[in-house]
Design a protein around this ligand. Sequence first.
Ligand code: UDX
Ligand code: UDX
Length: 490
Amino acid sequence: MNQRASIAVVGSGYVGLVAAACFAEMGHRVICVDNDETKVRMLREGGIPIHEDYLPELLSRNGQNLVEFTTDLRGATHSSDAIFIAVGTPQSEAGSADLSYVDAVASEIARSINSYKVIVEKSTVPVYTNEWIRRVMERNGVPRNLFDVTSNPEFLREGTAVADFLHPDRIVIGAATERAADLLKNIYRPLTSGEYYRGATAVPGPRSQADPPPILLTSTKAAEVIKHASNAFLATKISFINAVANICESVGADVEEVARGMGMDTRIGPKFLRAGIGYGGSCFPKDVAAFRHVAELAGVEFSLLHEVEKINAEQRSRFFQKVRSALWTFRDKKVAVLGLAFKGGTDDIRESPALDIVSMLLHEGCKVSAYDPAAEQRTKELIPPGAQMQYVDDPYAAALDADALLILNDWAEFADLDLERLHSALRFPIIIDGRNLYDPATMNQKGFSYLSVGRPVSSQLADLATTSRLPRQPERHHGIALRDQPFGSA
Ligand code: UDX
Ligand code: UDX
C-alpha cells in the first residue's frame, strides 16, 4: 500500500520542477520552493519556465491539488517529511562545484526545523557534501535525532526528463539510517511496486508493472560518487567516440558503422556513442570538472578526465575548421544555423556547443540566420538580434540565400527536412552537419555538398574536408580547392 508523503523540493529549475511534478504524479503532496519571486509567481499562475515534454500535462493534472509554489522555505520545512535540495551547483572558478546555494538552503532548514525531517541531496554534489550538510545542521544546534541527510541523485536528461524520472534505470538511495531509507523507499514505491505504470494516464516509457525500476541502497558517499562517476563516464564515452570519429575521418571509415559495431557488444552498449560537436549542457562540463577536482583532493591522478575535456573542446574547433574549409572566408557570408540549445528537445543553452560555434561565426564577421524550436528566447538574452544575428521561424527561412547551412543540434525535425525545398532556398547547397543526421550518399545524390563528423564526405567537398584534417597546412589547400571548385550551381 502506497502512503502519500509530504515533500518539499527546493529549487524549481530543470531538475527540481521536474522532480516536483513527478512526485505529484506519483500521488505525493509537494511544495516547490524557489527564492526567485518572479519564477514562483509565474508557476502559481500556471506558467512553465522551461521547455520539457509532459511537464505542462503533469502540472495541470496534479497542480491544483498536489503542488504548491512558494518562496517560504521555513513554512515548507514545517509541512514536509522530506526536503529535496535541487538548487544549482555551478562550476566555481577553480573548477570545483560551488556549493554556496546548498549551504544557504541547509542553513535555512536548520533554522526552521521543528520535527524529524529527511534532507535529500538531489542536485549533483561532490562526495562529502552530505557530511557538510550534517555539520551545518549540527552547528546550528539541531539535535541529531531531528534529521537525516541522504543522497538520491537524479539521472534525468533534459528534454526527456519526465519520462526519465518516471522510468529510471535505477533509483539510488544513499542513506545512513533505516528510518531515512524507509521514507525514501516509500516515496518511490509507486514506481518500484509497478503500480504507477498500471494507470491509464501514466507517462509512457520503458518501465512497466512487470518490469519496475530497482532500488539500489548505498552509503551516502557511494551515492554521491555514483552520480559524478556516471556523468563523467558518459562524457568519456562521447569524447571517446569523437576521437574515434576523427580517426575515421582520416582513414576514410564511417564512424556510424564503427559505433554500431562497437555498441552491439553488450559490454559497451549502443548509447552515448553519437559522434558530433561534443557534449554541452548544465551537467557534463561542470560535473567532469568537479569530479576531476574531487580526484585531485583525494590525491588521485585522473588525467583521463582532462583528456575528455580536451577532446570535447577540440571537437568544436575541428567543426569550425570544417566550416572554414567550406566557406573559405567568413566576412559577410550568410550562414544558416539549425539549433541553438545544447541538444535537441530543450530550450537550455547552458554550455551549448551550438552557441559557441555561433559566437565564432559572428566573431569572424558572418551573418547568422538561426532557427531553434525552443531556444530562441534564451539565446536572445545572450546574443541580442542585430544586423549580424537574425532569428527565423523555420529551417527554410534560415536557409534562404545562405552560403551554407549548419546543423548544430539534434531536434527530430532537423532530421526530417524537405531536402528539395532546402536545396532551392540555399544560395549554395552546402550542409555541414555537426550531428550526423543525414546519410552522406543520399545528400550527395540530392545535390548537396555535405560534410559531417567522422564520415566519408561528398565528392565536391572532399579536398576541402582533407584540409580540416590537416590544420597545419590549411592555406595552400583552401586556396587551390576553392579556386578549382567553385561551389554549387546557383
Ligand atoms: C541543478 C544543479 O545545477 C545541478 O547540479 C543538479 O544536478 C540539478 O539541479 P538545474 O535544475 O538545471 O540544475 O538548475 P537551475 O535550472 O538553475 O535551477 C535551480 C533553481 O534553484 C533556480 O530556479 C533558482 O532560482 C533556485 N535557487 C537557487 C533557490 O531556490 N535557492 C537558492 O539559494 C539558489
Ligand atoms: C546528462 C545525463 O545524461 C543525465 O543522466 C544527468 O542527470 C544530467 O546530465 P543532459 O545534460 O540533460 O543529461 O543531456 P544528455 O542527453 O546526456 O546530453 C549531454 C550532451 O552530450 C549534449 O550536448 C548531447 O548533445 C551530447 N551527446 C549525448 C553527444 O554528443 N553524443 C551522445 O551520444 C550523447
